[in-house]
Design a protein. Structure first.
Ligand code: AMP
Ligand code: MG
Length: 313
């Protein structure tokens, strides 16, 4: 059910859940201080209660409404990457609902750049918890159509067009002057290092953990197989009776539909989930996916493709 900005703001202020556009993916938003509204997000998504939610705020001026401390390093990162596809995990104020932080001592905060998300945050004055507007482990939505297909017509949804970043935010945890990358995204580790220096918290002695970063995630319903070599993909296609392929750049397979994405990380990310949604809607038994080169600019796309194709053993 589509709603306009004023209706969305009103629903959110009354503790209802609304799907909203952000530049990364569509979020299933609710007042982050309203525990009934937060429970509703988990129920609609069928998301486990131990997987915390990102709180979206209008600007870094609101950080200290949620975080116990906003260290100089965290401030530098916020200044560099907000508004944008970047989430900071900081020590939480004790008043922050344990539901939104899934019992963690930390809170995840993001200032989104999407103009409609911004207007909504400013008009409501709320912090909005907004995980992706899809069922747990499924593909994230980047259009209103994806939200409606995944969650049904009864969820109020605010149209902001197709998301321009197209994959979920980069998440960085900061404790004092130490930092750690918790989730890859289109803001690259190297860009963070330019601001923050090389990460000083080793992976092994993770301070704040990255709950919810399961190996199976962002996943179409059709089985997916990844290929780093075009020849191997073409060869595999000849043995499949009913498949579709995703190729980077030009080209096609002979015995199934081919989808092509640009050989450029930002452009591929923007279209990736929409293409996977389209491929998943076909009645094929397998999706053959060509993976990009192994270089840092492609790291977030590799991460999402490997989670999307992860098989539970
Ligand atoms: P999303 O599913 O895009 O809403 O992102 C949520 C992810 O952010 C979770 O799965 C966690 O990995 C991370 N996250 C959110 N809140 C916290 C938190 N308080 N502490 C650590 N990680 C968090
Ligand atoms: Mg999600």
């Amino acid at each position: 059910m589509q709603v306009n900005l004023a209706e969305a703001a009103d629903l959110l202020k009354r503790g209802k859940v609304v799907a909203i556009p952000t530049e990364t993916v569509y979020g299933l938003a609710a007042d982050a201080r309203n525990e009934d509204a937060l429970r509703e997000i988990y129920a609609i998504k069928q998301r486990p209660a131990d997987n915390p939610l990102i709180v979206h705020i209008a600007s870094s001026e609101q950080v200290l409404d949620w975080a116990e401390t906003f260290s100089p390093l965290a401030q530098k990162l916020a200044k560099a990457f907000w508004p944008g596809p970047f989430t900071l995990v900081l020590p939480a104020k004790s008043a922050v609902s344990t539901i939104v932080r899934a019992g963690e001592p930390t809170v995840a905060l993001r200032v989104p750049a999407h103009p409609i998300a911004q207007q909504l945050l400013q008009q409501t004055g709320l912090g909005l918890a907004a995980p992706s507007a899809n069922k747990y482990t499924q593909l994230s939505p980047t259009t209103v159509q994806h939200v409606e297909d995944g969650l049904g017509q009864h969820i109020p949804v605010l149209d902001g067009g197709a998301c321009q970043v197209g994959i979920e935010s980069t998440i960085v945890s900061v404790v004092g002057e130490q930092w750690q990358l918790l989730r890859l995204g289109m803001i690259l580790e190297a860009e963070i290092e330019l601001i923050a220096g090389v990460a000083t918290i080793s992976e092994q002695k993770t301070l704040p953990k990255a709950p919810g970063q399961h190996l199976l995630h962002y996943s179409p319903k059709t089985p997916m197989q990844l290929f780093s070599s075009r020849e191997a993909l073409i060869q595999a296609a000849t043995t499949e009776t009913n498949c579709a392929a995703l190729l980077i750049g030009d080209g096609k397979i002979d015995n199934g539909l081919t989808f092509n994405l640009p050989n450029n990380p930002a452009e591929m990310a923007e279209k990736l989930y929409d293409t996977l949604h389209q491929m998943d809607a076909l009645t094929v038994t397998k999706l053959l996916i060509e993976t990009p080169e192994n270089s840092p600019e492609w790291s977030a796309i590799h991460d999402r493709l490997s989670r999307a194709s992860y098989k539970v053993h």
